[in-house]
Every structure is written in C-alpha cells, then in structure tokens.
Design a protein around this ligand. Structure first.
Ligand SMILES: Nc1ncnc2c1ncn2[C@@H]1O[C@H](COP(=O)(O)OP(=O)(O)OP(=O)(O)O)[C@@H](O)[C@H]1O
Length: 249
C-alpha cells in the first residue's frame, strides 16, 4: 500500500475576505488515526469538505492512493474508497437502519437492476448490511426507522453506512458529538479497532477521545496547521497550549 493513503498539500479556500483554509497540508498513513483538532471556526469542516469533494479548493492538491483527486467530485471519491460521515446526519430518516445500510451496499455493488427484485428479501444486500449493523452494535435495531433511533445510534448507523462502502480511508466529522459518556466510550473502543481496516482522519472536539485514540494529531488555527505530532508532542507544544488549550504565554 502507498506510504501515504491521503496527501493534502497547500490547500487554500477563501469565503470573501476570510481565508478559511490558509495553506493547510497533512497526510494520512496506513493503519493510523490522525485527529484534526482546533477551536470553533478554525476551518476543520471546510478542510474536510475539500478532502471529500463537497467544496472545491482555490489552490493546492489532494492525492488519494497515489491519484490526484483534486478535481474529482464527491461521488467519484466515494467510489474510490474515501468514506465520509457528517456532523449533521445524512441518513434517509424514514427508512429503517437496515435499509439505510442496504442502500450503501447497493451503491457499492453498482447494481441498478435490483430495482426489479424485492429488495428487502435480496440476501446479497441484506446479509452484508446486517453484518455492518452487527459490527457497530445495532443488529437489534435493524428494523427501526433512522428517525426513531437515539442520537448515538444514528451516529453508529452512519458508521455502518460508511463501512458498507468498503472504504480505503474514513473522514469522520465529530462522531462523538451529542453522545453521552457511555456512547462515547463504546464508540472510542470501536474506532480503536477500525483503524486496522482503513485509516481515519478524525475531526473531534472530545479531547478525551482524541487523546485516547490518535496516533497523530494536527492542530488547525485560522485555517493553518500550526503543529502535527504524537499526542504527547501536541500536549507539550507551547504554541498549541497557547493557541488552543487556552494557556497563558
Ligand atoms: N459557506 C461558507 N460561507 C462563508 N463562510 C464560511 C462558510 N463555511 C465556513 N465559513 C467560515 O469559515 C470559517 C471556518 O469554518 P468551519 O466550519 O470550517 O470551522 P470549524 O473548525 O469546522 O468549526 P466548528 O468546530 O465550529 O465546527 C468560519 O469563520 C466560518 O464562519
């Protein structure tokens, strides 16, 4: 496998006079969790949006598995194996948990002819979908509509949907948001193992989770990455402590 699964170089993105991404560079290596942290408004979502293809950068480049994907749209990137979860849920709320995952399995298989079969009895869709639900701990909730799941369960379901795409890398945007302590703990355990399957770029405000999980941490402030390093390097970096962890100079 390529030494760098994802390589982001010198990205720039302005909204009017605001430089939301200001020359940001980072990479994602096989088997790692790389956390992207920074204060509110630092530009984390803007950066993730450019990596997933939802926003076009003004300048810079993004390579995924050795291919330049800077000009590719979100769907092409997803088909190449770049899976993304959202801060705000992108699930089909009226569909069951199972059906939501089946849609992703179907998209992955690219089989539109299935339209003519009774989809919910199609084992080539239901079996892998149930496997994904079991992995995230939602097998017992398969038939519950997404809208009726708890907030934490919806976040688990989003990860099951991402898993169904058989990703080569995950972009996870605040997976712990809105979860109680129990849910965060369970998800932390799950993400710990998930990195073996595909490396994870993790945007997260929950510092306990970041410090427990991350192999490397990058700190974004005003659209610029001010430091990248191990958890202990980042915790002890004077510039990070000043700019982000709120300590006096
Ligand atoms: N579509 C847009 N148009 C104009 N300004 C935008 C747009 N999207 C983001 N911004 C601005 O860009 C800056 C970075 O926002 P972004 O949401 O990327 O930060 P963030 O680090 O993800 O914040 P949070 O931690 O609160 O989610 C903010 O000042 C925000 O107001």
């Amino acid at each position: 496998m390529a030494e760098r699964v994802l390589e982001v170089k010198d990205l720039e993105k302005s909204f009017g006079a605001l430089k939301a991404t200001n020359g940001a560079s980072l990479d994602l290596r096989p088997g790692e969790i790389h956390a992207l942290i920074g204060p509110n408004g630092a530009g984390k979502s803007t950066l993730i949006n450019q990596i997933s293809g939802a926003l076009a950068p003004d300048a810079g480049s993004i390579r995924f598995l050795g291919t330049d994907i800077t000009m590719l749209d979100t769907a092409r990137r997803a088909r190449m194996g770049l899976a993304r979860t959202f801060q705000i849920s992108s699930l089909a709320q009226e569909f069951s948990a199972l059906r939501n995952v089946m849609l992703a399995v179907q998209a992955r298989q690219g089989t539109s002819l299935r339209f003519f079969r009774p989809v919910m009895r199609d084992a080539s869709l239901t079996e892998p979908a149930m496997r994904m639900l079991s992995r995230v701990g939602l097998a017992g909730r398969a038939n519950v509509p997404a809208a009726a799941l708890s907030h934490g369960e919806r976040r688990q379901l989003e990860i099951a949907v991402a898993l169904a795409m058989e990703p080569k890398a995950f972009l996870l945007d605040e997976p712990m948001a809105g979860m109680g302590p129990e849910g965060s703990k369970a998800l932390t355990g799950f993400l710990h193992g998930l990195r073996q399957e595909a490396p994870i770029l993790l945007v997260e405000h929950d510092m306990d989770a970041v410090f427990a999980l991350a192999d490397r941490v990058s700190v974004l402030v005003y659209g610029r990455i001010i430091a990248t390093g191990s958890v202990s390097e980042i915790r002890n970096d004077p510039e990070v402590r000043r700019a982000y962890l709120g300590e006096p100079a």
